[in-house]
Design a protein around this ligand. Sequence first.
Ligand code: HEM
Length: 535
Amino acid sequence: MEKAAQFVSEKMSEVAEKVGLTSHTSFGTGPTLTRLTGCPVSHNKNSLTAGIHGPVLIQDNYLLEKLQQFDREKIPARNVHALGYGAYGRFRVTNDISKYSSAAIFSQVGKETDLFVRMSGIFTEQGEADTIRDPRGFAIKFYTEQGNWDLLGINTPVFNVRDAKMGPDAVHAFKRDPRTGFRNPSQIWDFVANHPESIHQTLMIFSDRDGTPISFRKMHGYGCHTFSFVNSNKQRFWVKFHLVSQQGVGGFTQTEAKLVAGEDPNFLGKDLHDAIEAKNFPRWKLCCQIMTEEEGYRDPWTFDPTKIWKHTDYPLIEIGEIELNRNPVDHFTEVEQVAFSPANVVPGIGFSPDKLLQGRLLIYDDTQYHRLGSNFKQLYINRPHGIEPATYSSTGGHGQQDVRDKFPHYWPSFFGGLRPDPRYLEPSFRTDGPADFYDYPNEGTDEDYYLQPREFLQIMDAQERRNLYENISYSLWLCPEKIIRANLDHFYKIDHLFGSQVEKIITDKKNGVILKTEAEKLVDNLNVTREGIHS
Ligand code: HEM
């Protein structure tokens, strides 16, 4: 034994010396390195060769495994929300809402539930700066005793389209121009002018508060859609979810956001991470607005995610508090592999006829089967806590991990097996008339397109409005005249001053009346230099 220990020690020093390491600390002091099979690895620098000049031997199976693993370590990025950060936390019930929902997570004041949150940019890609103008994602996975409930929030209370059929168009318009791979503001403003229902969210995206938030911690979240609650008497209510930041809210101006992007592209991610490391745990109140089932069918905007429900008509009801208190330690397995879906609800929380929500019930699992593989729901971060899923589905597919006696693997059977439980049936869902491609009630009216954008402008203070006009103009002025005109027509209908102010800034910008930014001056100078070189 002593001889073996001496051999190991000599070999370690020999290898360390060859690798150019001078101390055992750099060589590694932790547990023995192994292959994925658990077999100890003896050498981690040089390939096994026949003689000093090779060739390399295939029997260096650790080398092969290392290269094959490396070749497969990237997976498709999320089609949207690709750049994001995560944190663990707890949800604690602070108010009894059992008269609205029978969900076990809400059953008792003081009850706590584990959760994982992912904060993201929607169109910001991996590697881009956190602070570029973009709405933000705020997705929460509650690991409840009845399974996972995912609440996918964003930092604007409304979305830009209201039918999933328009979803891919909306996303394409905000992404890169497929011809050049560049971002192209003409696409965005072309889309907005052709979808006046999107102006409401567009104003929010071009505001400092929502478009360039100063911190994920200083951002509210909204479920946007109308969901439903069902109570133990099988009574249904319509519900909208709100996450109210206890840190307050705040946004960068356009210039500040650009400066921060250059200084520290991961600014928002680090801010969240560092606050949690410093035990300065961020908190949000989880609140809801409630409508009775009948009221919902009367109001034309109940199921329209481009509209808010006024707080004066439907005041916020507190449900509980969320605290983020632990950082992930493995970005890929926790933050990249987490998979949220609005389809993941629990008994007592359900859906609504909202046509965008209905389409999203397909989108998420579908894209995650592609992004993460057929058994992504069994991955560490996506598994429920404290319960073992018992299903007829988990009998195969890539990466199957569910090891249990699965017979009978069909239903029903005299051999026993898993059984559905009718106690969890929801009350029946009302449907409405013959099948057709229906517009929204009021679609195309002034009230539909312009009323809520007008009200949004009215709640801003003078400085916020000025910044909004500038932020819009600095993007819109780069577009062809017909696109500028089409948008201005809408802006004038929302508010004459809004239209005229944006038109004036665009005209001044075109005529060079407005001074160039430092970056624009720099780029101009570079062009002169370049032309100088080539001429
Ligand atoms: C038709 C419109 C929409 C489309 C096509 C769409 C599509 C997608 C896709 C493909 C993903 C990536 C999912 C993944 O790979 O895991 C995603 C993520 C996300 N979506 Fe949507 N979405 C739409 C509307 C919405 C709305 C209305 C909301 C908010 C209420 C929302 C909130 C989110 C959030 C928060 C994430 C990020 C989840 C994460 O951090 O992993 N989306 N969406």
